[in-house]
Design a protein around this ligand. Structure first.
Ligand code: PLP
Length: 387
């Protein structure tokens, strides 16, 4: 099935490259192939493109250009931030505080640090909407961990956390605070100064940029140790010849998304409302997960009791619809994601959890069509109370 024939509603997984980003990238994939670190004039366009992209990205998030460090994507940014808690040698309590719903890029990095550097990792709990339980968080912060990493919005259930408040508490104790904003950058307005974070991760392919490129925002005067060693690129903090074309594509995509943000958000609201109204009318036992007010635009996490989400995903796939599940089927058992476990979603709901993430390219008719197909499937599957 070609992209033209299908309905893509998995924008939290990745997004389509903006044509404008591709166009901006092309010269650096063809004629302008100079190494930005070289001294001769042929390299000037590449060097200038890097500087311009850095300035554009910084402006989009309220930072200054020297606070932006290019990486290979969200995973590397997250790895770098977490490892920096160790590399910066704070060595207070040899403890890192995270949330119980972090992405694997944070979780597995922490797991390794626990093993290799003998750190303890504290996952602070969330409530049934996926919001950090603030009194518990405060108690953990008082223990003075070496660093804190709490995601700005969750990729599975779409809940947006109150990072400003949590970063403020961390700052009071002088603890460096990182946020994984991979699902947020380019979708809702971000101002790093208002957020009050020391580090922030982003990934271009989540906001219509190319894959394999991202950035880490690092507040001025934050101790930042190199994570990849080699040459002097990125102010000597991140070695390796920069992927100039991808960086240019990322900056172009982010600028466009920021310019279109209000319009996109209005559109996504209409799509999610259409979808939710149809589901609620026909499947009254369906549950929408996550905070329904403070959530990512276009993001729906839907649990259908008595349904195998994986089975439904394959049926939708055959009908040309691409969505995700919240539980992955192993050959022997169904593995429920740590996020659905953390919000205490009963197993029968977790197994029937679908993630539908609309993008501005989707139409209301497509939202309607996906909802209708889900209702049709549930009725055929004999789900109780389907109307
Ligand atoms: N963090 C979050 C919240 C994500 O959703 C993802 C990707 O799904 C990542 C990190 C990893 O980003 P990347 O795919 O750019 O490595």
């Amino acid at each position: 099935m070609t992209a033209k024939q299908m309905i893509y509603a998995d924008n939290a997984a990745t997004t389509k490259l903006a044509p404008e980003a591709l166009e901006a990238m092309m010269p650096f994939l063809t004629d302008e192939y100079g190494n930005p670190s070289s001294l001769y004039s042929f390299s000037r366009p590449a060097k200038k493109a890097l500087a311009d992209a850095r300035a554009v990205i910084a402006k989009c998030i309220g930072a200054s250009p020297d606070e932006i460090f290019f990486t290979s994507g969200g995973t590397e940014s997250d790895n770098w931030a977490i490892n920096n808690f160790v590399l910066a040698e704070f060595h207070r309590k040899r403890n890192i505080l995270i949330s119980s719903i972090e992405h694997h890029a944070i979780f597995n990095t922490c797991r390794k640090i626990a093993l290799v550097h003998r750190y303890t990792i504290t996952p602070t709990p969330v409530d049934d909407k996926g919001k950090i339980i603030l009194p518990t968080y405060k108690e953990y912060v008082k223990e003075c961990p070496d660093g804190i990493s709490i995601m700005l919005a969750n990729n599975e259930i779409g809940t947006i956390e109150d990072i400003t408040q949590m970063a403020d508490i961390a700052q009071h104790y002088g603890i460096p605070f990182h946020t994984d904003a991979v699902q947020v950058v380019g979708h809702i307005p971000i101002d790093v100064r208002e957020l009050g974070v020391d580090m922030l991760s982003a990934s271009a392919h989540k906001f219509n940029g190319p894959k394999g490129i991202g950035f880490l925002y690092v507040k001025q005067n934050t101790v930042l140790k190199p994570f990849i060693d080699g040459g002097q690129q990125e102010a000597g903090r991140r070695a390796g010849t920069e992927n100039v074309a991808a960086i240019v594509g990322m900056a172009t995509a982010l600028k466009l998304n920021c310019e279109r943000m209000s319009e996109n958000r209005r559109k996504l609201k209409a799509l999610t409302n259409t979808f939710k109204n149809i589901i609620s009318e026909h499947l009254p036992n369906a549950v929408f997960n996550g905070d329904q007010v403070r959530r990512l635009p276009g993001h729906i996490s839907l649990s259908l009791p008595g349904i195998s989400a994986e089975g439904l995903l394959h049926v939708l796939d055959l009908q040309g619809i691409a969505v995700s599940t919240g539980a992955a089927c192993n050959s022997k058992f169904i593995e429920i994601s740590h996020v659905l476990k953390a919000i205490d979603l009963p197993e029968k709901l977790a197994k029937g959890t679908l993630r539908i993430t609309f993008g501005p390219d989707n139409s209301v008719a497509q939202a309607q069509y996906i909802a209708d197909k889900i209702v049709e499937y549930c009725k055929t599957a004999g789900v109780k109370h389907a109307r």
